[in-house]
Design a protein around this ligand. Structure first.
Ligand SMILES: Nc1nc2c(ncn2[C@@H]2O[C@H](COP(=O)(O)OP(=O)(O)OP(=O)(O)O)[C@@H](O)[C@H]2O)c(=O)[nH]1
Ligand SMILES: [Mg+2]
Length: 395
């Protein structure tokens, strides 16, 4: 059975209704990708988070009462980044509510526990589900250790008791210390293994450079159509495409032949971006994202019909700036899924005006309007790539 989830977003009082709705819709898509069902979507306006519990408990109590607590809720997901203690406190609050409810109903079963996740927990669970390569799995484990810390072991926060009993452990060492040491060792081991993968990829990239092979990297918000585009542009066919968030978690490189200069270039596809990602998560995927950092040209792939298009462009640019760390790689905006504009119920005139406005606003990035599903729209993009790589034609 699908897990029944309650989605709660804590937003700034200035966030308007439309934006709040889009935020919750995105959270719902994440839950759908994870395989859960949402029984309630709601938001709470707060100028600052509650110190102990992030969200206000009045609202939480209301939700638990209205929905019948753990009888109808498996997981409460907050669309924010919480501290481990805040997550623990909300779990405890739900648990106490459940005990009270059982008493009132004169039920005597062991009360069921409602799980509490924040946005990063949910994203990590999706990553975990989608990871297929050893490298992606290690990167996710590293990100999980960084985000969850002791929660990884389901140990809540009662860690400071002394470890008793049969001792491999030094006298006076507390559970917290054992845990910290274990996590530190594990982190080091994973980081070393990831570094090995990184070194192999680095060698591949430098060998490409020695052969004078240029690389074009696809970057963009998750679900923009990057993998569909690499499949359409290159011979790389074993690419996973899905109408889900974070379908791609590693990097794939394919070859594209440029007809005028008669040379091939490499095209790299990587993990998509999303708003409100903690830097530690981006850090964990650094080797995968290195294709973007080392690229000669970046194609920023954008879903042209997305109702939140401007915000998504901004989010991607912020992450790219962080990754590139001052490196000035040329960026081209590729507005993808142009075929879907037909479904918006707009007149031909309104559609052309929308495209003209986008083109004008982002003129510095040589906007390309394409549909990865319609190969006829791609030659112009290929020509644009060719013009931006300053290659000399081979005779
Ligand atoms: N109609 C239409 N659908 C598209 C187009 N490009 C991609 N899609 C669909 O959009 C969804 C996401 O495509 P992907 O290529 O997996 O997107 P992605 O950017 O690689 O996503 P992540 O790997 O999750 O970051 C899939 O259902 C694709 O079939 C397009 O040009 N037109
Ligand atoms: Mg993809």
């Amino acid at each position: 059975m699908k897990e029944r989830t309650v989605l709660i977003d804590i937003v700034d009082p200035e966030t308007n209704l439309n934006e709040s709705k889009l935020r919750l819709d995105e959270l719902e898509s994440l839950v759908k990708t994870y395989g859960g069902a949402s029984v309630l979507k709601t938001f709470q306006r707060r100028s600052r988070p509650a110190y102990q519990t992030y969200m206000g408990l009045g609202k939480l109590e209301e939700i638990l009462k209205d929905l019948g607590g753990a009888d109808n809720i498996d997981v409460i997901i907050l669309n924010n980044i919480l501290k481990p203690r805040q997550i623990y406190n909300i779990e405890e609050f739900c648990h106490k509510h459940e005990i009270e409810k059982q008493k009132e109903l004169e039920r005597f079963q062991v009360p069921k526990k409602i799980k509490v996740w924040d946005r990063v927990d949910l994203i990590l669970k999706i990553f975990d589900k989608h990871a297929t390569t050893a490298e992606a799995k290690l990167q996710i484990e590293l990100a999980s250790i960084k985000h969850m810390g002791p929660r990884i072991f389901g140990m809540g926060l009662e860690l400071s008791r002394q470890a008793g009993g049969i001792g491999t452990v030094g006298v006076g060492e507390t559970n917290t210390e054992i845990m910290k040491r274990h996590l530190k060792n594990r982190t080091k081991l994973i980081e070393d293994k990831i570094k090995n993968f990184g070194d192999i990829q680095k060698r591949q990239r430098s060998s490409r450079r020695e052969k004078n092979l240029k690389t074009v990297a696809l970057a963009g918000y998750t679900n923009a159509g990057k993998s569909t585009l690499i499949k359409a542009l290159t011979k790389k066919q074993e690419v996973y495409i899905a109408d889900a968030l974070f379908a791609t978690l590693d990097s794939k490189v394919g070859e594209l032949f440029l007809p005028v200069v008669r040379q091939k270039v490499m095209v790299a596809d990587t993990i998509g971006f999303i708003q409100d990602l903690p830097p530690s998560l981006i850090q964990a995927f650094k080797t995968t994202l290195a294709e973007i950092v080392d690229a000669d040209l970046i194609l920023h792939v954008i879903d042209v019909g997305d109702s939140n298009i401007k915000l998504k462009i901004k989010v991607v640019n912020e992450i790219l700036n962080e990754l590139l760390d001052g490196k000035q790689t040329k960026q081209i905006y590729v507005f993808n899924k142009s075929d879907l504009l037909e479904n918006k119920g707009w007149s031909e005139e309104a559609k052309l005006e929308y495209i003209a406005d986008l083109t004008e606003e982002f003129i510095d990035y040589q906007p390309q309007i394409v549909s990865a599903l319609d190969k006829d729209s791609l030659p112009r993009l290929i020509e644009c790539i060719e013009n931006n790589l300053s290659l000399v034609a081979k005779s």
